[in-house]
Design a binder for this molecule. Structure first.
Ligand code: ZN
Ligand code: ZN
Length: 410
């Protein structure tokens, strides 16, 4: 209604402008061609803007549509870049683990401890690679085309112009409707939906576990490497014969032959010029030499620092994201449904009613449905080992509990 009023106002404004341009015709009937033009403009504006279902959301979407197109375009284009980033960064961590950490572990660890690390590390690695590959390569699941009318649907997609089953949403980046859509993941360059939601979540869990594992086990080596690099940096700064400006007033207070570091003694000569103090540091004949720090050791220490910083950061960020998704799965929600359910809950609360999520079957059963666990052994074969089983249900009908059709033998 607002748009109709708005379109009417624009036409009225045009009429006023025309009358102002032709003051002699004020109060007179307009010529036929003008009336035709007015009618045409009115129809044009109505056909462009008038919609009985128009509300603030539609207006907001329309105004920001160009911006969303650009975001979608960039995300689509950068999708492959993000996937390659995941592959390259994971490979770099593996190289550090195999080239720097493993030889040291083989030399120093007791056999039992070494066996545990080799078994856990490789199991975790296999789970990460398998779930990432499946999450990227598995299609999220699409609703059938409009020709197949026997599919129950709850609405029609305005962009694909096909019926949308429950929990289906349109992805602007993939430019098609996705069954039980959770979100579009740029790190997978794929939508997360009915068929690959489990692969996405398992990848997040095992990647977080892998990062926590690297971070915890590399902590002592990281601290040692960090200290060694810091020590080396100090020694570099205090090279013999190099003037240390700015610190003159401080270092100049030191008496000649003062011990500057724990490892090396240097001979200090303070000098004062017009502009500043200069401290010339000379290595004396009688001092003990600095501990050797070869280029190879430096590179290895830097690799360990890189590994620890990257894995710790990913562990925290991805861990938070994984926890959030775990909460949603426990509640039988997707990321999109979380918003719609919250909205519906507050709307019904105002009406004095209680909203119940129709896809929530209780925490344990939600997890069983999500992971495809139908019997007790599946917790091992389908959850703790790589498994390519299909999810329960077809992703089209959600009117009843999927497991009820095929009872779980626990
Ligand atoms: Zn669509
Ligand atoms: Zn998508």
């Amino acid at each position: 209604m607002r748009w109709r009023w708005c379109a009417g106002s624009v036409v009225h404004l045009l009429r006023c402008v025309l009358l102002r341009v032709c003051p002699r015709r004020r109060g007179c009937r307009l010529p036929v061609w003008m009336l035709k033009t007015e009618a045409y403009l009115k129809l044009l504006l109505h056909s462009l803007f008038y919609n009985i279902l128009t509300d603030s959301d539609v207006v907001f979407d329309s105004v920001f549509e160009p911006l969303l197109w650009s975001v979608d375009y960039v995300t689509r284009w950068f999708g492959l870049v993000f996937v390659w980033m995941v592959v390259v960064l994971t490979t770099s961590i593996l190289l550090v683990a195999y080239i720097v950490l493993l030889p040291n572990a083989l030399r120093t660890y007791p056999t039992a401890w070494l066996v545990w690390h080799l078994c856990y590390g490789h199991w975790n690695l296999v789970m990460i690679v398998f779930h990432y590959y499946k999450a990227v390569k598995t299609a999220p699941g699409y609703p059938p085309s409009s020709g197949e009318n026997d599919v129950p649907f709850v609405s029609v997609c305005k962009k694909c112009v096909i019926p949308k089953p429950a929990r289906t949403h349109h992805c602007g980046i993939c430019n098609r409707c996705i069954l039980k859509m959770d979100h579009h993941c740029p790190w997978l360059n794929n939508c997360v939906g009915h068929l690959n939601h489990r692969y996405f979540f398992s990848f997040c869990v095992f990647m977080t576990l892998g990062c926590v594992y690297c971070s915890l086990n590399g902590r002592i080596r990281f601290l040692a490497a960090y200290k060694a690099l810091e020590r080396f940096k100090h020694l570099e700064m205090e090279k013999p014969g190099v003037p240390v400006t700015g610190m003159g007033p401080l270092i100049g207070l030191l008496p000649t032959g003062q011990v500057l570091t724990n490892h090396t003694q240097y001979f200090c000569l303070c000098s004062f010029t017009d502009s500043a103090f200069f401290v010339f540091v000379f290595k004396t004949d009688y001092v003990t030499p600095a501990p050797p720090y070869s280029f190879k050791e430096k590179i290895m220490d830097k690799s360990i620092i890189y590994m620890w910083v990257l894995t710790s950061t990913v562990a925290v960020v991805l861990g938070a994201l994984t926890t959030w998704h775990a909460l949603l799965i426990s509640r039988g929600e997707t990321s999109i449904e979380r918003h719609t359910n919250a909205k519906e809950k507050s709307r019904m609360q105002k009406m004095g009613q209680v909203y119940k999520n129709p896809f929530n079957h209780g925490k344990l059963h939600n997890w069983k449905v999500f992971l495809g666990v139908e019997k007790r052994s599946h917790w091992v074969t389908r959850v703790l080992l790589p498994s390519a089983h299909s999810p329960l249900g077809d992703g089209l009908t959600w009117d009843s509990f999927p497991v009820k059709k095929e009872p779980i033998a626990v």
